[in-house]
Write a protein that binds this ligand. Sequence first.
Ligand SMILES: [Fe+2]
Ligand SMILES: [Fe+2]
Length: 341
Amino acid sequence: MKRAFEADGSVADLPSAPADTASSPSPSAPASAEARAAAVAATIARTAVEQADHAMRHWTDPLPDRLRIGSPEHLRMFCNMLLQTHNPYKPSVIDWPVLPPDALRRVTSLPIWDIAVQTEGRASIRVHSYARTVRDPLLRSALEMDADEEARHKVVLAKLVEAYGITLAPEPEYLPPADPEWGWLVTGYSECIDSFAAFGLFAAAKDSGFFPAELVETFEPVIQEEGRHILFFANWVAWYRASLPWWRKPAFAWKVWRVWFFLIRERIGIARGIDVDVDGAAQDANFPMNAADTLGQTLSPGAMIDLCLAEDARRMAGYDARLLRPTTVPRLARLVRRFLK
Ligand SMILES: [Fe+2]
Ligand SMILES: [Fe+2]
């Protein structure tokens, strides 16, 4: 990712380059001067990318107060977390690394690209649909950023498949959900499941060399963005539940149960090879399952869960400790882990 986003225009406000590289070149050595200027530009751009990368992973609210979950301060904190950790990279300037033939074959033969592109497209329309129903301006802008980042993931994936000559199936029309809150809940909880799995799979692909290091680095911010999304979602759920009047809480709790039932049924269907055709959502669930099948069984199931848990903790560690963390999927994973070697 680092080199990939150097061409981003967001480098104007960066600190000046080190004095040794910024000193005046000799007029008698124009070629050398050009080389030095290019080195300075590269240093500035690299610094910008590193700062943006660090900023997206580390965020603490400056107010020292304790946080009451469900309070206006809680709302402000989790919205600001998402808005202020946005990484402004531009997919159009990603410099996709040239892959050696065996790595290229592994990447192009993964059966996930159609699914991944469609998942991002569907997530974006769902989150945008819910954002339009929200009156609070800060929450609405955070939701819109979340939706825009999903749309950007789709562009990143489209650029990847284009760069590596992968042919995609025609995309379906992404229709807004009839119930925007249902669509947002399905997207949020689905991401909690899929991101937890993706954290471990991505680390396994990196450690095993299944994906070349350069490609891993290029794709890394997308994975961290999903971590930010589920952190935001977990806090939104807690805040929303707490801020509902008592008489609306049972209906919301019932809706959340129905979402989980829907997602579990969907994944059981996929595991059995049944095509669950509900709003096209079956394809969402395919992503980590197909990836797990294809990335080679280099780790035992127990070791894979350990890796998912460790990566989940690592990716969440940089954000304000007062914010809630997604806990349902890690808890379920720990429960399953007790029965595995
Ligand atoms: Fe995404
Ligand atoms: Fe996401």
